[in-house]
Design a protein around this ligand. Structure first.
Ligand code: S3P
Length: 176
C-alpha cells in the first residue's frame, strides 16, 4: 500500500484538523508540511520568511514533497496553503497520490482567519484582510482546482462531516 492523500487549500481551511482525523480513521500516519519544514530548518515559518524570504520557503516546500513521496506506505499530508500553487507541485502531488481541495468561501475564510494572522507572514501585515484573501484566491484557485477531488465545505459544517465527505470521495476513487 503506497498511497498519499494530500489535503490542499487556502490558509485556515482546516487541512490539519481534517488530516489528523482522516489519518486516524484510515489507520495511517499524518504529517503537516509546515511542521516538517520547521523541524528540518529549526526555524518557525515566520522566521524562515523574515530571514530567508518567500522564495527560499517555496524551495523548502518543493523539497518536502520529494521527501514525502519517498516515504513508504499510506500517509495523510496537510500542506501549506501555497504549496500546490505551482504547476510542478500540484502535478507531483497528483502523480504520487490523491489531492483533496478543501474549498471554502472567501467570507468564511475571512471569519476563520481574522484572529489567526499572527503566525502567517503572508497575511499578518494585511490592512484589508478580506481583499487580500480574495486577491490571493483569484491567483491560487486555478491551482487548487487541479486537485483530483474537491470538497466544498458548507458554512459551519462540522469537522466530522467534512472528514466523512473526504472519506467518501477517496472511497469512490478507490484509494489503494
Ligand atoms: C502559506 C500557508 C501557511 C504556511 C505559510 C505560507 C501560504 O500554511 O505554509 O505561512 O502561502 O498560503 P497554512 O495553510 O497551514 O496556514
Amino acid at each position: 500500500m503506497n498511497s498519499k492523500v494530500f489535503l490542499i487549500g487556502f490558509m485556515g481551511s482546516g487541512k490539519s484538523a481534517a488530516g489528523k482525523m482522516l489519518a486516524e480513521r484510515l489507520g495511517c500516519d499524518f504529517v503537516d508540511t509546515d511542521h516538517l519544514i520547521t523541524e528540518k530548518t529549526g526555524m518557525d515559518i515566520p522566521a524562515i520568511f523574515s530571514s530567508q524570504g518567500e522564495i527560499a520557503f517555496r524551495e523548502c516546500e518543493n523539497d518536502t514533497i520529494y521527501d514525502i513521496v519517498k516515504k513508504p506506505g499510506r500517509l495523510v499530508i496537510a500542506t501549506g496553503g501555497g504549496m500546490p500553487c505551482s504547476e510542478e507541485n500540484i502535478k507531483l502531488m497528483n502523480f504520487f497520490g490523491k489531492t483533496v481541495y478543501l474549498k471554502r468561501s472567501p467570507d468564511e475564510l475571512y471569519e476563520l482567519l481574522e484572529t489567526e494572522t499572527l503566525q502567517r507572514p503572508l497575511i499578518s501585515q494585511a490592512t484589508d484582510l478580506r481583499t487580500t484573501i480574495i486577491q490571493m484566491l483569484t491567483h491560487r484557485s486555478p491551482f487548487y482546482e487541479m486537485a483530483s477531488h474537491v470538497v466544498e465545505i458548507q458554512r459551519h459544517e462540522s469537522l466530522q462531516a467534512v472528514v466523512d465527505r473526504i472519506e467518501k470521495v477517496l472511497d469512490m476513487a478507490k484509494l489503494p
